[in-house]
Design a protein around this ligand. Structure first.
Ligand SMILES: [Zn+2]
Length: 556
């Protein structure tokens, strides 16, 4: 390794580089002459060479060092860093050493020619495909001031093709000053000088969106009552504005928008800007700017903010799923659906959370005595930062609005009432799921107008020899295993088989996923039989036809 490093230094010396200190060298590229009138000076920092790829800092272009202003606006694959309050203090790093590995071919010549190739590509505008890796953002995003955006917040801005500018309220962590004092939450955050604010501390910003949704809840949880409000300026730059550096962007915004109109007596403004970035993609950036910036003065302060938004993932289960029953099984189904970008989930369950549910249910003990369905819907919306889950009081409303129903109602009477009264003749598919004590036998039956009914399924068990044998074996196991004791309050003491319950929930979600994509089912029923302490269940699937012994005669 030391040998490899000595070689690197010797090669760079030969290419005209000289030492700045023991870990970095500076040199001119190309060594002699220029690339169509352009040459650059770089600093190569190789403190962890060859394990970590050397950092290549751009020092000057044609001996011009004011890069914040001088980087040509068409140049690419150049990363900017700025942790100060001054946009002219940025440093720029060349991205030319992709796919670094510590092998001997990554030597001084390699580094030199990669930088030269980078320069040639920038001057000509022509890039080799393998050097033209996608860049996520062209402007730096490292900051302790983080602006969180709700889902689809920027969507309508994207569609704007004309210059747009407006303001809205943003809630944020109350500022701490460099002096150690804390700002009063009664004043607007806009009323302080940027150089007073201690930016080593972390500040969270949340735009004020309409009340009552998951994002508003998050804002409350993250900021509590100790929050400050500021006026946030939002700017959309149309596609014809070109720039490369943060400073160039700032000047471009200022020259082309009427920012000053929105300025008042305030001393700083958070600004959110959307523009066309690398390869014409929509990008956004946020920063805090001093009033001098809005006023058009040449000396001004800015503090970059980090911008985060929820990843916009494609819908995975493109259905409105109605969940009847959200106990141990149903709440797991709901939870998995919340991680799968489901179009919409309607939840109905009249039960309240009780002590015996604790540790077997998705809800925390804080919800004891409260509606399972109402609070599960809210909790899952909060967790996924969406408004996918809806609490519904009457099950008839769920029947009507859903594309498919999942019935996991544990209570036998309620289950039968749904099966043989309320949902008889239902025209959409229903997934019925239940499990035996100790999760020894788990059953899923999918009924729809072209299959038999649940009674047909029960009759099929009696007339299908394989199915009957499976059920009789399971019954023996169930009878042997059940040792339920009750405590003084009547709570059952049973061993947890939650891993099997969660498995069962994953199977229901897989069926929903398959149906969403294929508009049909792989089978009409499935049994999972777990011998005690078994790891993989014995599985039996089949189709459900109208049974001659059933009175439904296919009319369901
Ligand atoms: Zn039937």
């Amino acid at each position: 390794m030391d040998n490899q490093r000595s070689l690197l230094e010797a090669e760079l010396l030969k290419l005209g580089f000289s030492f700045i200190n023991k870990d970095s060298m500076t040199g001119r590229i190309p060594q002699h002459g220029d690339v169509q009138g352009t040459f650059i000076n770089v600093e190569v920092v190789f403190d962890d060479f060859p394990i970590i790829q050397p950092r290549v800092r751009l020092v000057s272009i044609n001996a011009q060092e004011e890069l914040y202003n001088y980087v040509p606006q068409t140049w690419r694959h150049l990363d900017e860093f700025n942790n100060s309050l001054n946009a002219t203090q940025s440093t720029f790093y060349i991205c030319a050493l992709h796919n670094w590995s510590a092998n001997p071919a990554r030597n001084g010549n390699f580094i030199y020619y990669r930088i030269l190739s980078w320069l040639e590509s920038n001057v000509s505008g022509v890039w080799n495909e393998d050097e033209d890796l996608p860049t996520r953002r062209i402007i730096p995003q490292f900051s302790n001031a983080i602006l969180y955006l709700p889902e689809s917040f920027l969507d309508h801005l994207k569609e704007e093709e004309t210059k747009t500018i407006f303001s809205m309220d943003v809630s944020h962590t109350t500022y701490t000053f460099i002096s150690g004092a804390v700002a009063t939450k009664k004043k607007k955050g806009n009323e302080y000088d940027l150089e007073q604010i201690k930016f080593e501390k972390r500040y969270f910003f949340f735009p004020s969106v309409h009340e009552g949704n998951a994002f508003t809840h998050l804002t409350k949880m993250k900021l509590g009552t100790e929050r400050t409000s500021s006026k946030l300026l939002i700017v959309r730059l149309p596609g014809n504005y070109v720039f490369k550096t943060f400073y160039q962007l700032l000047i471009s915004i200022r020259m082309n928008t009427e920012l000053l109109k929105l300025a008042d007596k305030s001393r700083n403004f958070p600004v959110l800007v959307m523009f066309k970035g690398d390869r014409g993609r929509d990008e956004a950036i946020a920063f805090l700017a001093s009033k001098e910036y809005l006023q058009g003065k040449s000396e001004f302060l800015v503090k970059l903010m980090k911008l985060e938004s929820i990843a916009q993932r494609p819908v995975s289960v493109d259905l409105t799923v109605g969940l009847l029953g959200v106990g141990a099984l149903g709440s797991q189904v709901a939870k998995i659906l919340s991680m799968k970008e489901t179009k919409s989930v309607l939840i109905c369950d009249p039960d309240i959370l009780s002590m015996e549910n604790i540790g077997r249910h998705e809800l925390d003990p804080i919800y004891l005595g409260l509606s399972k369905s109402l609070w599960l819907a809210r909790e899952l919306n909060y967790k996924s930062l969406t408004d996918t889950f809806h609490f519904v009081l009457e099950d008839e409303e769920v029947h009507e609005k859903s594309d498919i129903l999942v019935v996991t109602v544990g209570d036998k009477q309620s289950f039968d009432k749904l099966a043989f009264k309320k949902l008889s003749g239902y025209k959409k598919p229903i997934i019925w799921a239940w499990t035996s004590p100790n999760n020894i036998l788990q059953e899923i039956v999918i009924t729809n107008p072209s299959t038999g009914c649940l009674n047909c399924y029960y009759a099929t068990i009696q007339s299908d020899p394989d199915l009957l044998a499976l059920h009789e074996q399971a019954k023996k196991e169930i009878n042997n295993a059940v040792t339920v004791e009750f405590d003084i309050c009547g709570n059952p003491h049973t061993t947890s088989h939650m891993e099997k319950m969660i498995f069962f929930a994953t199977q229901i979600v897989s069926i929903l996923n398959y149906y969403s994509k294929n508009k049909r089912f792989r089978f009409d029923y499935v049994n999972y039989y777990w011998e005690i302490d078994e790891i993989i269940p014995y599985t039996k699937v089949g189709y459900l036809e109208t049974h001659h012994a059933c009175t439904c005669k296919g009319d369901r």
